[in-house]
Design a protein. Structure first.
Length: 454
């Protein structure tokens, strides 16, 4: 019995239909061919298809219209769009409207087969009841763990976005795993074997940030004793992850916009233009739309970065994933410490009740400490260092969608509380918050926190 997905091919170019027919026949896919939108719609009414492979432009219809019709008939079906134009706008529009992927004509046969095989793998994972196997296959070599619907949607987005050469904006609270998602995008992209470079924009002064990214010539600023290639050049062919993009200045944003638009840079202190081949992924824990309205972030850069957006849920919004995460970190740190450790059942329940203001990073750090100091082989609730007051519970009880002002106030309150608990020790507070000390100073300035008064 043939268990391969059934494919409908639609193209008004009969040579493409014949080529696809030969490919699918050779790979034992059941398929049907249509040379017009009318024929395709009739075929969809007569039988159910798992995959639609359609040209974007048809004489009497369009691939996007057929995509919508296919999804209405079978919401689980996947769609591959073929385009002779290969424009980014067409590809982005198709994927935004639910396409699994796109391919430019004339295409390489192996590229088309690769897309179909990825769709088959996705279908297999949906039917696989083993969460561990699903996670390992979808997010290889990462610490992105979760089986809740929100996380499954993120896996789907990463799989779709990874192979499209467009910027990505990742939004989420501190500690929610933004860098892990960026790494997953890189690992699942065609750039996977090239460098993945991380820059924390909030941890560097503007001068140092420019020097790190663009490089510099000798004497371009104090301390520049020689010429140096920047990270954008060093990352050639790979991915650059700009964390805390919201902390950059408007002047810096103009220069970054040029990198995205022109794919070229100038080293600090040089007039020579250098071409760069990189993909940019940016992240923030702030509302960039609100910052644009307040003239604190450039609108043109926002729209360039916001081609694809991934919004990460806070850990408190996916509590069923906590046991999975805990199990993963237990194994990781137990092996590291040469121990065999498990969590007591009441400890697991306590973790599920807690609201995790520091998200996955806080969970990871808590379990690493608990495992390091545990001598019994069973971690009890009192060995987990939860926050002592009810601030986290108050945050958890608030609606998931709140105004930017409320988010800023929550962040301000949390920073002040940590500073007070550490007796005003900025270094220790920054470590607890999981940020650089310079980022702490920048946040304090933005939020109106008087560090001298704490």
């Amino acid at each position: 019995m043939n268990t391969k997905p059934k494919i409908l091919v639609v193209d008004d170019d009969r040579s493409i239909c014949n080529l696809m027919g030969s490919i699918l026949r050779m790979e034992c896919y059941p398929f049907r061919v249509a040379t017009s939108g009318e024929q395709a719609r009739l075929a969809m009414e007569e039988e159910q298809f798992d995959i639609l492979v359609s040209d974007i432009y048809l004489g009497d219809d369009s691939g996007l219209n057929l995509l919508e019709h296919m999804k209405e008939l079978n919401s689980d079906a996947e769609v591959v769009i073929m385009t002779a134009h290969g424009s980014m706008e067409t590809a982005v529009h198709a994927v935004h409207n639910g396409a699994f992927d796109y391919i430019s004509k004339p295409f390489v046969v192996d590229d088309m087969l690769g897309i179909l095989q990825r769709i088959e793998e996705k279908f297999r994972l949906v039917d696989d009841t083993t969460v561990g196997a699903e996670l390992a296959a979808v997010m290889p070599n990462t610490e992105i763990i979760g089986a809740t619907p929100k996380m499954v949607e993120i896996y789907k987005k990463v799989a779709k976005i990874a192979r499209i050469e467009a910027p990505v904006l990742i939004i989420g609270e501190s500690g929610s795993g933004k860098e892990l998602v960026a790494r997953a995008i890189h690992a699942n992209s065609d750039r996977a074997t090239a460098p993945f470079i991380v820059i924390n924009c909030g941890a560097l002064t503007e001068t140092l940030l420019e020097s790190e990214l663009y490089g510099h010539e000798r004497g371009s600023f104090t301390g520049a004793t020689g010429s140096r290639k920047g990270l954008l050049e060093s990352a050639s062919g790979g991915t650059v992850f700009l964390d805390e993009i919201s902390e950059t200045s408007l002047v810096f944003q103009v220069k970054l916009l040029r990198v995205i638009q022109e794919r070229e840079i100038r080293r600090v202190g040089s007039n020579e233009i250098v071409k760069v081949d990189i993909r940019l992924v940016a992240a923030t824990n702030r509302d960039l739309r609100e910052m644009v309205r307040n003239n604190r972030f450039r609108e043109d850069l926002f729209h360039r970065l916001n081609v694809f957006t991934i919004a990460l849920p806070a850990l408190r919004e996916r509590t069923p994933d906590i046991p999975l995460l805990a199990s993963y970190f237990l194994k990781l740190f137990a092996e590291k410490n040469g121990k065999t450790v498990r969590l007591a059942s009441d400890a697991v329940e306590a973790m599920k009740r807690y609201s995790w203001p520091g998200n996955v990073r806080e969970l990871r750090n808590m379990l690493e400490r608990a495992i390091t100091f545990n001598d019994t082989g069973v971690i009890q609730t009192d060995e987990l260092e939860f926050e002592e007051d009810d601030d986290a519970k108050r945050v958890a009880s608030m609606p998931a969608v709140v105004s930017t002002g409320s988010l800023d106030q929550m962040e301000k309150d949390h920073i002040i509380k940590v500073l007070r608990e550490t007796g005003g020790n900025k270094k220790k507070a920054a470590e607890i918050l999981g940020i650089e000390r310079r980022t702490l100073y920048n946040k304090a300035k933005r939020l109106g926190i008087d560090l001298r008064a704490i």
